[in-house]
Design a protein around this ligand. Structure first.
Ligand SMILES: Cc1cc2nc3c(=O)[nH]c(=O)nc-3n(C[C@H](O)[C@H](O)[C@H](O)COP(=O)(O)OP(=O)(O)OC[C@H]3O[C@@H](n4cnc5c(N)ncnc54)[C@H](O)[C@@H]3O)c2cc1C
Length: 455
């Protein structure tokens, strides 16, 4: 006889939504969280003037319906990301303002980017979301990297530079680090590329007043301290026909089932007794996390708005490649959110904070003018250094991984079930995907508890 029905590992959105669903169904559940806080990859910080900023996941799009529902249920409010005015692109030291669909590229490059986008979206349509490895052209798509596909399909250097910035902006990884099948799966999982990269009408449309970490904080408060245990890193799971025993820093607990919601690469670092099947362990060895350092640069006013700029910028020349306006809803100060991503993050990660700040401010000055040279505050979070995340935004699959190992991503191993943003077939890698995965795992375990009368 086990102590409880389900032990959930990780108190991010996946873990807390799974626990909430199970608790609501009358199951005895416990959540073990390694950090001294909940929310995992959603983390809030505060500028010195008291304005809250998001250091992890922040934007929600209108088609991310599961996370939006949760925001509403928990009494949180959203507001629109500032998106008025023109955007800028810096390429080969030339700054271009634009208010159309060209991304500030030359006519020839914009046309080429559009052609490649249409080709990618047509290919993405052929991918199965539930079983990408079983898609019609799975082997062919999985054998090549995104980099190979772009370089085979265009020789326009400006279009290539654009995709070399967009892909890391989406994955915090380089085009050479991911299979084409994974890229296509991700595009289809989100709807289409315009939704992935867009602000209004896209994945960056909304923010949560006060920050997204509050979603998890409110879920945890609802569940209470008896259910959610912080400072409890799990290190081993013993599993068998009768249930699971989970060993963590301060003890152990037995349950009928476990739901592991930590990123696959971290799940692979737990000790399993008996050891996991080779297919599952092999999978966890091959889903590395992306590399990102997220920064928030504050100014006394959102001065770029006066110049008719939205704050959305791409630099194809600099380590800091993408920026957006992240000012508070009342515009009481100006905040630019920006990212060092992929290879740039790995290089910038070796610099001192002063060097990163100087590099970021120099890029912002090129993009938005001399007023950007004088910020009132600078915050950064290096997600690669986080012991219980080890990189963001999420895990990615390199060439050959979906077709060789993909089936093991969310297939339970005995009484162990898997959740987390990486396991979702809709909005994979996003907060919405994390919520969906939590619901899916809770339903799977609930059904098994029902059918066996184990509760
Ligand atoms: C910089 C950044 C920007 C992002 N931007 C966006 C965005 O704008 N919109 C969006 O939708 N998504 C965004 N994301 C992604 C989004 O934050 C994640 O997809 C989502 O939060 C993942 O939730 P999860 O529950 O699957 O995983 P996590 O949040 O990683 O939760 C896993 C939990 O497990 C805990 N844990 C780890 N190891 C152990 C252990 N051994 N024992 C116990 N607990 C453990 C962790 O501490 C963590 O709390 C971003 C992420 C980052 C980092």
């Amino acid at each position: 006889m086990t102590e409880i029905d389900v032990v959930v590992i990780g108190a991010g959105l996946a873990g807390l939504t799974a626990a909430r669903a199970l608790h609501a169904a009358g199951r005895r559940v416990r959540v073990l969280e390694a950090r001294d806080r909940v929310a995992g990859r959603n983390h809030g910080d505060t500028l010195s003037n008291g304005v809250p900023v998001e250091m992890g996941g922040q934007w929600i799009g209108q088609t991310q319906t599961e996370v939006l529902k949760l925001v509403e249920q928990l009494g949180l409010k959203t507001f629109a990301t500032y998106d008025n005015g023109e955007a800028v692109t810096l390429y080969n030291s030339t700054l271009t303002r634009y208010g159309d669909e060209t991304f500030g590229l030359s006519d020839a490059a914009a046309e080429e980017v559009g052609r490649l986008q249409a080709a990618l979206e047509a290919l993405a349509e052929t991918v199965s979301l539930s079983s990408p490895w079983a898609s019609a052209q799975a082997s062919e798509l999985d054998r090549q990297t995104v980099d190979e596909w772009f370089r085979t399909n265009t020789d326009n250097p400006e279009a290539l530079a654009f995709w070399d910035a967009v892909v890391p902006a989406l994955f915090s990884a380089e085009t050479a680090e991911m299979s084409l099948l994974h890229f296509l799966f991700y595009i289809k999982s989100a709807g289409m590329l315009d939704i992935l990269v867009g602000v209004t009408g896209g994945a960056q449309e909304l923010r949560v007043v006060g920050g997204t970490h509050q979603i998890s904080e409110r879920l945890a408060a609802e569940l209470g301290d008896d259910i959610v245990t912080l400072d409890a890193p799990v290190h081993a799971i013993t599993h068998g026909d009768d249930g699971v025993r989970v060993d963590f820093s301060r003890g152990s607990i037995t349950a009928a089932y476990a739901i592991v919601t930590i990123p696959p690469t971290l799940a692979g670092r737990l000790r399993y007794k008996p050891a996991l099947p080779a297919a599952r362990d092999g999978l966890t060895q091959q889903i590395p996390m992306g590399s990102v350092i997220k920064i928030q640069v504050a100014y006394s006013t959102p001065f770029w708005r006066d110049a008719g700029l939205s704050g959305f910028a791409f630099s194809l020349d600099d380590p800091l490649s993408i920026t957006l306006d992240n000012s508070p809803p009342d515009g009481s100060c100006g905040v630019i959110v920006a990212f060092f991503e992929g290879a740039h993050a790995r290089i910038a990660g070796r610099w001192s904070q002063e060097e990163r700040r100087a590099s970021a401010v120099a890029t912002l000055t090129k993009l938005f003018g001399t007023q950007a040279a004088d910020p009132i505050d600078y915050l950064e979070q290096n997600w690669m250094e986080e012991e219980y995340t080890r990189g963001c935004y999420g895990g990615r699959l390199g060439a050959g991984v979906w077709t060789q190992y993909g089936a093991a991503l969310s297939e339970p191993v005995g009484r162990i079930h898997w959740a987390g943003a990486e396991t979702s077939d809709v909005w994979n890698g996003y907060m919405d995907g994390a919520v969906r995965s939590g619901h899916r795992a809770a339903a799977e375990v609930g059904a098994r508890l029902d059918s066996r009368g184990e509760s």
